[in-house]
Design a protein around this ligand. Sequence first.
Ligand code: ATP
Length: 573
Amino acid sequence: MRTFLRFLKPYRGLCLLTLLVMALDVAGALYLPTIVADMINIGVAGGDLDFILRKGGLMLGVALVSGGGTLMGCFLCARLSARIGRDMRNALYDKSLTFSASDFEGFGTGSMITRTLNDVNVVQQAFVWSVQMVLPVPLMCVIGVLMAFSIDHVMGLLLIGITLVVILGAVLVTRRASAIFARAQRFLDRISVVVRENITGARVIRAFNKATGEAGRMRRSFTDYAQAAIQANTLFFVLESLAIFFLNLCVVAILWLGGNRIGGGFMEIGDITALTEYAVLILFYVMMAQMVLMLLPRAKVCLERIDAVLSHRPEITDGAGSLPQTEGEAVCAFQHAWFRFADADEATLQDLDFVLRRGQTTAIIGSTGSGKSTIAKLLLRFHDVTQGAICFDGADLRTLRQEDLRQRIAYVPQKAWLFSGTVAENLRHGNPQAGEEDLRHALAVAQAGFVDSLPGGLQARVEQGGRNFSGGQKQRLAIARALTKRADLYIFDDSFSALDFQTDAALRRALRQEVAGSAVLIIAQRVSTIAHADQIIVLEDGRAVGIGRHEELLETCPVYREIAQSQGKGGES
Ligand SMILES: Nc1ncnc2c1ncn2[C@@H]1O[C@H](COP(=O)(O)OP(=O)(O)OP(=O)(O)O)[C@@H](O)[C@H]1O
């Protein structure tokens, strides 16, 4: 609840106005039966047409004010809820930007999407309904019962009895509903994961003839959710029938007891109309509130899930240190760095100790799963080392602001990811200030001349994820994007793998001049890509089993020799 109040706080004024307008609505609804009672008791009984017309005019006025209150209340409430929803989504998104990869894994990407879209929606809906249907209930009950007492104390007691029974029923049903909705929410999360997996991996599923098995898995998760939804709807249906039955029972009780009280001379005939109206109004509001209260546990679960994200302490937190620009030779240094994933038993990287120097190219080679990409992630501070340190310009990464650090690094990820938009927009992710000439230059260095032949050139459309480009084209665009940025360290994580040998060689030649004043880290699988590097680090099971130049390593490092030989480089393959 504290989370919700935090989002409500900026709109205190709007909240107050909404409550006042809602109170107007309730007051009008309760005043109308009193006017009707007067019309019957005085106007009809005394044959006073003038009185009836005057009261009729008053009724019209009250109905208009009350109706206006209802309309205004709905409008203000919708406005308030839309703003709160927007703020919550922004907060969730901002928070997600501070998450490391393992923070994300902790929540799950599917669940993060459900939390940002569906959960916020549920909270918004619950808020609107609560303000419109739950908040007026205490006012309606108290004023309604007081009005009934002012007519006749026995009828007042009857109304109290009815109200208490209905409230008790509401509490019991809400408890039961809470468990069902919590379960439904878990199933919805599961659906989101399964659907996501199946849609993104549709081609793989078909290629492996797994469609039937996957369809079964999808069907099971849909069925689980449907069953929980049916259970919840059954509860609604039973409750609604019982509510209407009980409402009619109450009207009968009022007419029967009211008839006796009129017979006894304690009340007048018009009063029974007012009492019936009070009872119907109270019951209607309590029952509507009950329906809403049944949805509240679901909203509570959603709010807790939103809160879990917002209050999650990211694995990586900003240090306070600034990162002044130096032209020192050692851009980055691994100092006996170790790293273990939170859910792994063994360290993925062990005792790495090397320096990335300005003007030099360092390459990392090793078998798949040896920890190459993890090194890049540590440099970008997507994770923190578990032992030892990594320094940038002499400062421990953990003492720096992440934004400052990443400002100084240009990174080409292993999986070239492009955003929907134009080619130019994608390239400017590297440097928003880059002019058209800069972009063309970056494309030329990245050997991405194909952009010129695209319709629109730099303004050519890029679909989500860059799906309208081939793997090699995406890689070249991702490289060009990194090159639009002036950085002290360029990281290419397996970025040349989808390029043919000729393009690979041409790109490396062009790159050498382009990034001459920076440190370059190339992660690669092909020896030909890295053979000319100033320093090659051979990685095996997270350990550096060899550091040196190509020729040295061929002599001294059996693992490197084996890799080279298997690729037909530097030995008899
Ligand atoms: N989020 C994670 N949680 C636990 N273990 C992980 C995680 N990410 C990677 N690993 C493990 O860490 C090891 C190193 O992974 P990494 O991606 O760095 O390897 P790599 O050498 O880049 O492989 P490739 O050449 O196939 O890209 C692997 O054994 C992998 O299973």
